[in-house]
Design a protein around this ligand. Structure first.
Ligand SMILES: [Zn+2]
Length: 393
């Protein structure tokens, strides 16, 4: 229930990955007037109002090409899948899923001209994701994730040559050494740490205004299990020792490439010590205190699109007031155009999560977290984000 309700985890589209390798697929779908195309650019998609809710603006291939002209078919179009209940294993009931058209994403480089019909507008997925239908949320999330990767990884990591999209937009191939490169997704843990008194641990990132609080989170490091990452991050950020962890659900967070793995985690200690670098403060909240502070505006929680919010409300037992002072959690987030340059180096040094320490833990010890030793230098200063104190880069 928890996982299927997460805004960006919803989908009803069959990705039909087995069809991507057909070189004739994209040309055929571009010639098919029933094909539906969404426009994507830097974390944004084009939406229009349908009643009170926004919906993806879907165009025919001809309309999309006119709205956002592009010189390269391979570079700018990707196959997202089909509406087809027969092909789709187990999806949430209640969605209208007619046998339907193929969906393509058409990428519009940031800053490139696009002439949208009246009423259609570019909208940030992180702001609108929760209001979209399951079909639209799934399509938009896939398109944003895919093109964040294309834009950030245009070159071969082996030889540096510019790679070309193949497999209907899902692989980049090096023309020099023939190597194939696949879209990357970076796993991150995000956890509601709860103590014996059933209080919830929330933290304020140094990159945020002082009243914003969210759950702990951080990237999983190479060679590390998610359970270990949870214990390591909690210890690094707050000195709180975490024991048992329980998986609650996951949500893609393609800003640009995270997969947030959500957990409830049991604290074995309650003394808090933040480093003052990545985190400015961390506090234990009981339910009454949290609700009162949210109503006063002295605490602002993450927005409804985030898994952080879902984890907090999962612990709380129901909805909490949404941003009563209209603080606008995501306001001030780094605009897409200002993000890191498209290279492996920039992408990795741009990891900006307060949870992003560089410890080198010893062997895994599931129920007995390791002492905080051998801390190493932190990475670059965090940028404002709207997922956990860590969620995005
Ligand atoms: Zn190469």
């Amino acid at each position: 229930m928890f996982a299927s309700d997460l805004p960006l985890s919803r989908t009803v589209t069959d990705r039909a990955a087995d069809l991507r390798g057909d070189e004739d697929l994209l040309p055929a779908l571009l010639d098919d007037a029933t094909t539906r195309v969404l426009l994507v650019s830097g974390g944004r998609v084009v939406t229009r109002r349908r009643g009170r809710r926004p919906a993806l603006a879907l165009y025919t291939p001809q309309e999309a090409a006119l709205r956002a002209p592009s010189s390269s078919l391979a570079e700018r179009w990707a196959f997202l899948g089909y509406d087809d209940a027969d092909r789709l294993p187990g999806v949430a009931p209640g969605e209208n899923r007619p046998d339907g058209p193929a969906y393509l994403a058409h990428h519009v480089p940031e800053g490139a001209p696009s002439a949208l019909p009246a009423g259609d507008e570019w909208t940030a997925l992180r702001e609108v994701g929760g209001e979209l239908s399951a079909r639209d949320a799934g399509l938009a999330t896939a398109a944003v994730a895919l093109y964040e990767w294309h834009v950030r990884y245009p070159r071969c990591p082996r030889c540096g040559a510019e790679t070309q999209p193949v497999s209907s937009g899902w692989v980049r191939r090096c023309p020099v050494d023939g190597s194939d490169h696949y879209p990357r997704t970076d796993p991150a843990v995000i956890m509601a740490v709860v103590d014996e008194a059933d209080r919830l641990l929330l933290a304020n990132s140094s990159a945020w205004p002082t009243h914003r609080f969210s759950t702990l989170a951080g990237f999983v490091e190479p060679g590390e299990s998610v359970e270990h990452a949870i214990r390591r991050e909690a210890r690094e950020e707050t000195s709180v020792v975490v024991g048992e962890v329980e998986y609650r659900g996951s949500q893609p967070w393609p800003f640009p490439a995270s997969l947030m793995l959500g957990f409830r985690a049991r604290a074995l200690s309650t003394d808090i010590a933040v480093d003052g670098d990545e985190l400015r403060a961390a506090r234990w909240f009981d339910r009454d205190t949290l609700r009162a502070e949210v109503e006063q505006g002295s605490v602002v929680l993450p927005p409804g699109t985030s898994i952080a919010r879902a984890l907090i409300e999962d612990w709380y037992g129901g909805p909490l007031p949404t941003d009563p002072l209209r603080d606008g959690w995501s306001r001030g987030a780094v605009p897409p155009a200002d993000r890191a340059a498209p290279s492996d180096q920039a992408a990795s040094s741009g990891r900006s999560t307060p949870a992003d320490g560089a410890d080198r833990p010893d062997d895994e010890q599931p129920a007995a977290p390791l002492p905080a030793t051998r801390r190493q230098g932190r990475r670059a200063a965090p940028a404002p984000v709207d997922e956990g104190p860590l969620g995005t880069r």
